[in-house]
Design a binder for this molecule. Structure first.
Ligand code: GTQ
Length: 327
């Protein structure tokens, strides 16, 4: 492995220390002390591989349902915090994920923010989200978008808890210090865009995936993986986030793959295990796991399995940052 230019012997003599102090007083610093940290040879990750088992987190979320109302909380969500970045409200370095709960009869207030969101529905019989005045019903497996600065609220007209996985680009927006947020002064927003543009019903995407599975070759790393294209633009799901659905045939033994877009996975159907660097995550429906940037992942499926995933790939691509490879 090559060494960075700054791996020189640090001079700790008093004379140098005194010089560094004078630099600090003028708000300057010696690059040669930090170069290999700030320009690493390959990605230096704060985030680590991690998994959240649905059967463990769901009871905690339902407990939140007894402790706080959706109104009080604004959004009743348990953030899936990466243990390598505890307290930073992030799941990968650039993306936020959380599990949101809306109890029967509840309605979460109408607001909008610069951060874009996707929702991947886990449990819903009567759940809905309203995007710029258009009500979109939620069914398990549906993916629903809340593009940047669109008004949205969530509700539950059924008699059972509604739960979904939220994915937002909050850390990206905050990196750029470009966040705005506001509550709606109105109870209802006028309809300003068709709901079909922001909804990916599972029945439809699953059928498209099945067609691809029958028609195309199985990728040795990904099985058959398809992006959820943006219906309005034909481009990525959201400007900053791409969502994918992939099928792993029964008995699939994937080859290792890595890419610079840290990726959040949610198991939809079947069960299997994914090896992420040295960790092995055995997953079943609704379990969530994260593959940080440039970590090798290899998926294995016992039964035929379907995984939903999302990452910041479009943001990295447009900035010329994205790389992938087989480790
Ligand atoms: O549903 O609008 O998980 O504003 C975090 C912030 C969900 C939402 C989150 C939010 C929302």
């Amino acid at each position: 492995m090559s060494t960075a230019a700054s791996d020189v012997r640090r001079d700790t003599s008093e004379e140098w220390q005194e010089y560094y102090q004078r630099l600090g007083k003028k708000n300057t610093a010696a690059l040669w002390e930090v170069l290999s940290e700030i320009v690493p040879v390959q990605p230096r990750r704060a985030c680590v591989p991690a998994m959240w088992r649905y059967e463990e987190v769901r009871p905690l979320l339902l407990e939140a349902g007894r402790r706080i109302t959706a109104r009080e909380a604004e959004r009743r969500v348990l953030i899936l915090e990466n243990p390598g970045s505890a307290g930073q409200s992030r799941t990968t370095q650039s993306l936020y994920a959380g599990l949101q709960l809306v109890m029967p009869g509840e309605q979460a207030a109408t607001h909008r923010h610069v951060a874009s969101a996707l929702r991947f529905v886990m449990e819903s019989d009567g759940g809905y989200t309203t995007v710029n005045g258009e009500r979109i019903t939620m069914q398990p497996g549906d993916c629903i978008l809340t593009p940047s600065w669109t008004w949205h609220d969530h509700g539950n007209a059924g008699d059972k808890p509604v739960i979904w996985l939220d994915g937002l680009d909050i850390p990206i927006v905050n990196l750029f210090e470009s966040s705005f947020f506001e509550h709606s002064p109105r109870e209802m927003e006028p309809v300003t865009r068709p709901g079909a543009m922001v909804a990916y019903p599972y029945a439809r995407s699953r059928e498209t995936l099945e067609g691809l599975y029958r028609a195309s070759a199985i990728d040795p790393c990904h099985g058959v993986k398809m992006p959820l294209a943006n219906a309005a633009t034909g481009g990525s799901t959201l400007p900053t986030i791409a969502a994918f659905l992939q099928i792993l045939p029964a008995g699939f033994r994937g080859e290792p793959y890595r890419a610079t877009d840290g990726t959040i996975y949610c198991a939809v159907e079947g069960h299997g295990c994914s090896r992420v660097d040295d960790a092995t995550f055995c997953w079943k429906q609704h379990d969530v796991f994260v593959v940080p940037s440039w970590c090798a992942v290899r998926h294995q499926a016992e039964s035929e399995a379907v995984l939903f995933s999302f990452s910041d790939r479009p943001a990295q691509k447009v900035l010329g940052l994205w790389r992938e490879g087989q480790p």
